[in-house]
Design a protein around this ligand. Structure first.
Ligand SMILES: *[C@@H]1O[C@H](CO)[C@@H](O)[C@H](O)[C@H]1NC(C)=O
Ligand SMILES: *[C@@H]1O[C@H](CO)[C@@H](O)[C@H](O)[C@H]1NC(C)=O
Length: 358
């Protein structure tokens, strides 16, 4: 009896309905699952894009666009080149122009980092979203972010100085300090030896290692960078200056450097030129006592491979800076004020007229 009821036509159609309902529930669940998977995939692609894109922000359609709000600048300052005066401008402007300034203090001022510290530094500043836009400054040699799988380097900037002037300044600075923080005890405080005496005695305090500094700072974290007089290091430093530095100025022309930055990175440096010209921090901090070296000392220092290569690098950087400066700035007649030449290119012949895909 039961069997005949089960097989009745009415029963058959209700089983079909049940089957269809079950199948659609399963399909629905599969669909929801798929949608979830896809959105997870999308967000992981997005975060993959976000990492390694300093200065790049993901736009809603997934294309990367340059975003000034995620700009990261590294100023790997060389000691005794006017860096304190320059970074003072950034500290004065950061609240008004809404960016962060962060000093990187390396232990014992060591300019090269261990591999683990390199990794920490690269990951930290790439991912530290709350501190973007930002300028990091510290006495650290050039570090190539590409080595860490980061597709976008931060913008590097720097200032260099005539090598002998820098050496003289450094030599007396560690003996007499400066007018900025006269109370600070420097490492050679009380030592009255002049640079002339030091050079005459071939004393380690004025050895070639002290002159070999700007080349290795630009060369980077390879051991050969730190071999005084290495021609390879010089080539590497030049390569980095051309390919990996946004702008390198010189101490002797700091005002022009500030003007170039104001016009090329206004989101950070707007107002910097006026501040430099009028502000109290515009004056270079001065080493308290400095004795200019004798002709003989200068001749002896210049008759070294280290000086020749350092000087070669300085002149290379100077020529490049002058080239860019001439293209970028002009002096206003009468006021002598440095102004931007303005945009000298335009777009035309834009085809097709309709947006692609519409
Ligand atoms: C850098 O850190 C050291 C300790 O690691 C500290 O003694 C020194 O004062 C710091 N320098 C600055 C400029 O804060
Ligand atoms: C970067 O380092 C600072 C200081 O150690 C820390 O407070 C911050 O959370 C770090 N940021 C990231 C994204 O790692």
């Amino acid at each position: 009896m039961d069997v005949s009821i089960m097989n009745s036509p009415r029963m058959k159609s209700s089983r079909l309905v049940l089957f269809l309902a079950g199948a659609s529930v399963i399909l629905m669940l599969m669909y929801i699952h798929l949608v979830r998977e896809v959105s997870e995939l999308q967000s992981s692609i997005q975060s993959y894009r976000a990492f390694g894109s300093l200065g790049l922000g993901g736009s809603p359609n997934g294309n990367s666009v340059l975003d000034p709000n995620s700009l990261v600048i590294i100023y790997n300052r060389v000691p005794k080149t006017g860096s304190t005066s320059f970074i003072g401008l950034a500290y004065d402007l950061c609240s008004k122009n809404k960016f962060n300034v962060i000093h990187m203090n390396t232990s014992k001022n060591a300019p090269t980092l261990s591999l683990t510290d390199q990794m920490r530094f690269v990951y930290n500043i790439s991912n530290w979203v709350e501190k973007k836009p930002g300028i990091y400054h510290g006495h650290i040699a050039y570090l190539d972010f590409n080595r860490f799988g980061v597709s976008r380097q931060p913008l590097y900037i720097n200032i260099i100085r005539k090598p002998l002037d820098r050496l003289v300044s450094y030599y007396y600075f560690v003996r007499y300090g400066d007018d900025l923080r006269p109370y600070l005890i420097r490492k050679r405080m009380g030592d009255k030896m002049t640079l002339d005496e030091c050079v005459a005695k071939d004393h380690p305090d004025c050895s070639m290692n002290h002159l070999w500094l700007q080349v290795p700072f630009f060369c980077g974290h390879h051991s050969d960078c730190w071999v005084p007089g290495s021609a390879w290091a010089l080539e590497q430093a030049k390569h980095n200056l051309v390919h990996n530095y946004f702008l390198v100025g010189v101490t002797e022309e700091l005002k022009d450097f500030v003007a170039m930055l104001e016009y090329s990175l206004p989101q950070m440096f707007k107002g910097a030129l006026d501040l430099y010209i009028t502000g109290s921090k515009s004056h270079l901090r001065k080493t308290v006592k400095k004795v200019m070296p004798s002709e003989e000392t200068i001749a002896k220092l210049q008759n070294t491979k280290v000086w020749r290569l350092e000087n070669d690098f300085y002149n290379f950087a100077l020529d490049h800076f002058h080239f860019l400066k001439k293209k970028t700035l002009y002096e206003e007649e009468g006021s002598g004020r440095l102004l931007d030449r303005g945009q000298k290119f335009s777009y035309e012949k834009i085809k097709p007229k309709k947006p692609i895909g519409s």
